[in-house]
Write a protein that binds this ligand. Structure first.
Ligand code: HEC
Length: 308
């Protein structure tokens, strides 16, 4: 006959097994839901009246956007010459490689029409009608039409580079965190495809224009910009800082401190920030954009560090 303890232990064993099985079934369910969602073909029409510009002023604007806030021409995105970026190792989330998007052979964008490129940027939808994975269209796809056209016109004007890029790979964790809303990988699912695109906004050194420019900061610094660890991010990734005017944030900072961080990655205390803070592209922002970003950060309610 089994002792009382043997029966209790056997009971616990069965309980643990049931929990492990339930957790496994839950993960499997999330992965299946993810896989089904990225197979979905979206019924979002390709814009027809798309006219690319060759006006030098428009190309210059596109170049500026691609290097600064659009961050296309970033070494970890599509590379400074747009011929493909360095693989971004995201630990258990996977490896992301921004492909070659020059007009050359081996380019992921060469087969796209201009209208299809506009749809990709605004809706996160690839040529085949499925969602792009990882490309953060939800962070800049709201840009007004003329800004998107400036980027597309610029991308089409760069010298072609004949280079084939490696393929991104995705870990199970990335799929699960996407489904639970902690990271965005299945980009088109997170975009409201019926939303109107933003009206053009006049660049001014105001908090209103700063709020517009700061939309992409929230992915890392959190929606309230109070910083904290990004869920699922590898332990090697630096923790995004608190950008609100709190004592655990930028309370004591001046505009010059802020501008210097964007230029050099060096904080007022002399510490150099990790390259996980994208100052490579933020250093390309101009004075007016910095003044606007700073006016916006100063207008935020102070929040303690964390809570994202
Ligand atoms: C890809 C993720 C990412 C994005 C996007 C991003 N940041 Fe950061 N940022 C970081 C990380 C990580 C740190 C902390 C780096 C460290 O401690 O070495 C940081 C630090 C900073 C700091 C320094 C704060 C301090 O106390 O040291 C400032 C200022 C800042 N970011 C501003 C911005 C602004 C403004 C934007 C948007 C225009 C932005 N960041 C977008 C990741 C990001």
């Amino acid at each position: 006959m089994k002792s009382r303890w043997q029966r209790i232990l056997a009971g616990i064993g069965v309980g643990v097994l049931a929990l492990v099985a339930a957790a496994g079934a839950w993960v499997l369910f999330q992965v299946r839901a993810y896989d089904a969602s990225v197979e979905r073909v979206y019924d979002v029409p390709v814009p027809q009246q798309v006219v690319r510009s060759t006006d030098p002023a428009v190309l210059e604007r596109g170049d500026h956007l691609a290097r600064s806030l659009g961050s296309c021409a970033n070494s970890e995105c599509h590379g400074s010459n747009l011929a493909g970026g360095h693989p971004l190792q995201l630990g258990p989330l996977g490896t992301v490689i921004g492909p070659n998007i020059t007009p050359g052979p081996g380019s992921a964008a060469a087969a796209y029409s201009d209208g299809e490129l506009v749809r990709l940027i605004q809706h996160g939808i690839k040529r085949d009608g499925r969602s792009v994975q990882f490309m953060p269209c939800h962070e800049f796809g709201w840009m007004p039409g003329p800004e998107v056209m400036a980027i597309v016109s610029y991308v089409r004007s760069v010298p072609p580079v004949d280079q084939t890029s490696g393929k991104s790979s995705l870990g199970t964790l990335a799929k699960v965190l996407d489904r639970t809303g902690q990271v965005t990988v299945d980009v088109a699912r997170k975009i409201d495809h019926t939303r109107p695109t933003d009206a053009p906004i006049t660049p001014e050194p105001t908090a209103a224009y700063g709020a517009y420019l700061a939309r992409g900061c929230g992915t890392c610094h959190g929606q309230g910009l109070s910083g904290g660890r990004i869920p699922g991010a590898p332990a090697s990734m630096a923790t995004p800082a608190n950008l609100t005017p709190d004592s655990t944030g930028l309370e004591k900072w001046t505009f010059d401190d802020f501008s210097k961080v964007l230029d050099t990655g060096i904080r007022p205390d002399g510490r150099k920030l990790s390259p996980d803070m994208p100052y490579e592209n933020l250093s390309k922002t101009n004075l007016l954009e910095r003044r606007a970003l700073w006016a916006y950060l100063r207008s935020l309610p102070p929040r303690p560090f964390g809570n994202r």
